[in-house]
Design a protein around this ligand. Structure first.
Ligand SMILES: Nc1nc2c(ncn2[C@@H]2O[C@H](COP(=O)(O)OP(=O)(O)OP(=O)(O)O)[C@@H](O)[C@H]2O)c(=O)[nH]1
Length: 599
């Protein structure tokens, strides 16, 4: 019954206890027996479990018998907390009427929660502040509630206090959801209008889509139509996750559940699209949420060129489950055949690389990530460059524009100085600063390329982990940018080229050459490493030739150490790439990332 449905999401910063609270809800509503309750059912992928982060949003449908004796259907949609995946948060919120803002009562509000709460408020959701981990001695719910009011600006007087770990206060949260989150609107008799919240590929079923029914109903056996493509499919199955998959005859208005319709390709059911009936369609799509653009690109190559075909197959399979993944073939003189892959951010890149290696057994070399540049040529052409190799000769370039982000950093007062200094160093322009209690929010505009470098790590280190960071793409803006090339024994290594600001080129070039000098192993001959801009050499250093048989001397008597060393070498070999006569380890290709590390 529509009046007894509550759709809600949980907004929380990483580690503030969202998954633990979700598990509690499932336990309380008896969605699963204790034994079936694997440690953390919601984080289903192995990789997620290991990293302790939630990558994909998932929905769970629970029956809850409230204190008033009536039974309600609770649909809650889990969301990831990391900035790379904030688009998944906004699309999860799209399907809800309410959101729990879960804040660790011993930590306080973080930038990501602020941003996501604003998204929820913009979408007219009822936001319920929940203070978690009240069992911890360091918990200070009053201070954190005050902070929620100061920093986010929402009323926190009727905050909920819980310990997801012990279960204390969890019932109160469920009751508050029933009382304060409105039931879904929508007309059960109108033509079907359903929003696709997520789609993924299942080896047996094909594409499975998670949908929210806005109007009408969707039943097994219906003929449905995907509105953007106009293609029609027979609905094989609909149902909900409890969190076990449970088939139902139909999904009714206001409900959230899955649809299987024999769609073989993930592009056949794009996230954000609208489903309707083929014979009695609705007139318009559910107004969509923002389409996401990959912002970070890197070249990935197999260590062994024989693995190229496997690599291509693996990427195709991975994309079935990750429609945000973009790739196209790339050829590098240094690394051979590979792919240029577009990612949502650095974390996304790491996860994709790790899945390719772990699930598909590939050995990969990744080049330093780069952002997309707009290049205006004298001929009046506007090019989109996601690979430094594609940059036209300097003489042809009128203007290079780089992506600028709006960044918002939240931190305790004492870190304002070092954080500001870091942002300046990263070519940031301060836009705003607001004091809220003991917290300070600073808004900066900054080139995305600087964030791609090592901004997260540096921010963490200068603020001892207390600063949190959130960003949004703002615009492209012209800047004085040049390509920095690296030559090894006179040969340009295309995979090491990158685009930098002219003012930083000299320092970066010098630091990079020094770093490479320590990474490139000694050979039987001198290896010259040079950094150049155009034809001008800006830095150089030399890896001296090896004297004969150094290892034999060092490890003469100790057999076990020698064996270890050999094993290590074998391990290292896997990640080496032969460049002309010089072997270069994987590390070298990422050296570009951290050349300005001064901490
Ligand atoms: N003491 C205490 N620890 C808690 C409580 N709730 C969660 N934790 C712990 O906090 C850590 C993070 O909890 P998760 O539920 O995984 O956090 P999350 O917000 O889901 O994290 P992501 O999935 O990465 O976004 C875990 O080690 C939990 O055991 C609580 O109420 N009290």
């Amino acid at each position: 019954m529509q009046s007894h449905i509550r759709n809600f999401s949980i907004i929380a910063h990483i580690d503030h206890g969202k998954s633990t609270l979700a598990d509690r809800f499932i336990r309380t509503c008896n969605g699963l027996t204790e034994r079936e309750m694997a440690d953390q059912v919601l984080d289903s992928m192995d990789l997620e479990r290991e990293r302790g982060i939630t990558i994909k949003s998932q929905a769970v449908t629970l029956d809850y018998t409230a204190a008033n004796g009536e039974t309600y259907t609770l649909n809650f949609i889990d969301t990831p907390g990391h900035v790379d995946f904030s688009y998944e948060v906004s699309r999860s919120l799209f399907a809800c009427e309410g959101a729990l803002l879960v804040v660790d009562a011993s930590q306080g509000v973080e930038a990501q929660s602020v941003a996501n709460t604003y998204t929820a408020i913009e979408q007219d959701l009822e936001v319920l502040p929940v203070l978690n981990k009240i069992d911890l001695p360091a918990a200070d719910p009053d201070r954190v509630a005050q902070q929620i009011e100061d920093v986010i600006g929402i009323e926190a007087t009727d905050r909920l206090l819980v310990s997801a770990k012990s279960g204390e206060g969890v019932d109160d949260v469920l009751e508050a959801i029933i009382r304060r989150v409105p039931p879904p609107a929508g007309d059960p008799d109108a033509p079907l209008q359903a929003l696709i919240i997520d789609s993924w590929f299942d080896n047996y079923l094909g594409v499975v889509s998670l949908v929210r029914i806005r109007n009408g109903r969707l039943a097994k056996g219906d003929r449905m139509k995907v509105m953007s493509t106009g293609r029609a499919y027979d609905v094989d199955d609909v149902g909900v996750f409890t969190p076990k998959k449970k088939s139902r005859p139909a999904l009714e208005v206001g409900e959230v559940g899955y649809v299987v319709a024999g769609i073989k390709n993930i592009d056949g059911a794009p996230v954000g699209d609208t489903l309707t009936h083929a014979y009695a369609p609705c007139s318009e799509r559910v107004p969509g949420f923002k389409q996401i653009q990959p912002r970070v690109f890197a070249g990935l190559f197999t260590v062994d060129s024989d693995d190229y075909e496997d690599f291509r197959d693996a990427l195709a399979k991975l994309r079935l489950n990750d429609s945000s993944l973009n790739y196209e073939p790339e050829t590098s003189a240094a690394l051979g055949f590979g792919f240029r892959i577009g990612f949502l951010g650095m974390l996304h890149m790491e996860i994709v690389q790790e899945r390719l290696e772990r699930e598909y057994g590939l050995d990969l070399i990744t080049t330093a990530p780069t952002v997309v540049y707009q290049v205006l040529t004298h001929a009046g052409e506007e090019l989109s460059i996601s690979n430094p190799q594609q940059l036209p000769p300097t003489g042809e370039i009128d203007e290079i524009r780089e992506p600028i982000i709006k960044a918002s950093i939240l931190m305790p007062q004492e870190f304002v100085g070092p954080v500001m200094q870091l942002c300046m160093e990263k070519r940031g322009v301060q836009k705003n600063m607001a004091y809220m209690g003991n917290s300070v929010q600073m808004d900066f505009e900054m080139p995305l390329s600087e964030v791609v470098l090592d901004f997260f790590d540096r921010l963490k280190s200068v603020s001892r982990g207390f600063a949190s960071f959130e960003y949004d793409f703002a615009r492209f803006q012209a800047a004085d940018l040049v390509r920095l090339d690296v030559l090894i024994n006179g040969d340009a290594v295309d995979a090491l080229a990158h685009i930098v600001h002219r003012e930083q080129a000299y320092d970066r070039g010098k630091a990079l050459v020094e770093k490479l000098k320590n990474i490139v192993p000694r050979q039987m001959f001198d290896v010259a490493i040079q950094a150049t801009i155009g034809t001008r050499i800006i830095a150089r250093s030399t890896v001296k030739a090896m004297r004969k048989n150094v290892t034999a001397k060092c490890y003469g008597g100790d057999v076990s150490r020698k064996r270890k060393l050999l094993e290590k070498q074998k391990e290292g070999k896997k990640r080496m790439k032969q460049l002309g006569s010089v072997e270069i380890p994987q590390e070298a290709f990422l050296a570009v990332l951290s050349t300005d590390d001064k901490d």
